[in-house]
Design a protein around this ligand. Structure first.
Ligand SMILES: Cc1cc2nc3c(=O)[nH]c(=O)nc-3n(C[C@H](O)[C@H](O)[C@H](O)COP(=O)(O)O)c2cc1C
Length: 374
């Protein structure tokens, strides 16, 4: 009996299987408002036990990529409602990923071209956002130098996260996942090689560097409840100029304890190896699992066999798949039947419309031979 394909109870929520669709930015919304096309895309993939939406900015200053649907205006809330209704109509569950990019941004992504904000004034080296190039066309641009948030402003950003979480519930989401991974704002506070502050959010103490994330978690819980609150983390990740530091294990195991105490919907770990960065050390996953006993999701380079193994070993509760969901809207059926997975056209990952988004077909076994030889 496949554990991966068996139902799972997450808190009081019934999930059809232990497969999650990982959050994926697709940049299909030039006006920042989700609509029918997004509703179709997500509903096509609603066989997943849980969908986590693309990263969704909590405020205009949280933006670092063009054409991303946000969650801070009434129009965006109404747009997301179309998405949640379409997924729920197919029996799926859907969380949205709340995102503030911090310093991974360009002045062209910012309101009135102002400087991006961060825990620090240090620029992210070798890092690119997706903004307006000098010739006025959208494209990859080196990130701009950020400005360190004042202590007072930090509390404003925490409030923005809580407001966006309340908006998510208004839009019909089952919950929210804080984007604490991949080098964005939350990780810019966690990582002491970036966080050079000297106030209560300082990077050189365990309490200081974990304060921003834990205060944000608590503010969100206060607004929407712990059962609707989740978080994604990428320990040992290197994306967007995140260096490894000596206290990394201590930092994330402290978070495991603190998050465990809060009875969240889940914690979602991401292994960045399949995204071209460093792998999550296997021994660390086991350590985290011992310290955090709530629902644990892992994403990154998983196959059915690897996911079943991790589930059988008791290391995770839910396996998340990212890129495989792009070209395989029926990924759950394909995994169930051991059907081959279609490769995605990476040139169509970001930007554009339906092509490479909602036009990937489901598997047609009758034509398998024909397609394989094509
Ligand atoms: C096109 C694309 C966009 C992504 N956007 C996000 C995002 O918005 N937020 C996030 O946390 N991870 C994002 N990721 C990472 C995925 O959630 C996932 O963790 C990663 O792709 C590893 O899983 P995989 O090997 O199954 O693809 C993205 C990945 C891809 C391929």
């Amino acid at each position: 009996m496949s554990k991966l394909l068996s139902p799972f109870t997450m808190g009081s929520r019934h999930l059809a299987n232990r497969i999650a669709m990982a959050p994926m930015t697709r940049s299909r919304n030039p006006d920042g408002i989700p609509g029918d096309l997004n509703a179709l895309y997500y509903s096509q993939r609603a066989d997943a036990g849980l969908i986590v939406t693309e990263g969704t900015p909590i405020s205009p200053s949280g933006e670092g990529f063009l054409f991303i649907p946000g969650l801070y205006t009434p129009q965006q809330v109404a747009g997301w409602r179309k998405v949640t209704e379409a997924v729920h109509a197919r029996g799926g569950a859907i969380f949205t990923q709340l995102w503030h990019v911090g310093r991974v941004s360009h002045v062209s992504n910012q309101p009135d071209g102002i400087q991006p904000v961060s825990s620090t004034g240090q620029i992210a080296r070798n890092s690119q956002a997706w903004g307006m190039t000098p010739d006025g066309t959208p494209g990859a641009v080196d990130v701009s130098k950020p400005r360190a948030l004042t202590t007072g402003e930090i509390y404003g950003v925490i409030a923005d996260f809580a407001d966006a979480a309340a908006n998510a519930i208004k839009a019909g989401f089952d919950g929210i996942e804080l984007h604490g991974a991949n080098g964005y704002l939350i990780e810019q506070f966690l990582n002491p090689t970036v966080n050079d502050r000297t106030d209560e959010f300082r990077g050189d103490t365990l309490e200081g560097r974990t304060r921003f994330v834990l205060e944000t978690v608590d503010a969100v819980i206060a607004r929407i409840g712990a059962a609707h609150t989740a978080i994604r983390l990428s320990p040992y990740g290197g994306l967007f100029d995140m260096a490894i530091y000596p206290e990394i294990e201590e930092t994330y195991l402290h978070l495991a304890d603190e998050l465990g105490r809060r009875n969240l919907a889940y914690v979602h770990l991401m292994d960045q190896k399949s995204r071209g960065s460093s792998a999550l050390p296997p021994a660390f996953l086991a350590q985290f699992r011992t310290r955090y006993t709530g629902t644990l999701i892992l994403a990154g380079g998983l196959t059915r066999a690897r996911a079943e193994q991790l589930l059988d070993d008791g290391l995770i509760d839910i396996a998340a798949f990212g890129e495989p969901f792009i070209a395989n809207p029926d990924l759950v059926d394909r995994l169930k039947n051991d059907w081959p997975l279609a490769p995605a056209n990476r040139a169509l990952h970001y930007g554009g419309g339906a092509e490479g988004y909602t036009d990937y077909p489901t598997y047609a076994p009758a034509y398998a031979g024909e397609r394989a030889s094509a």
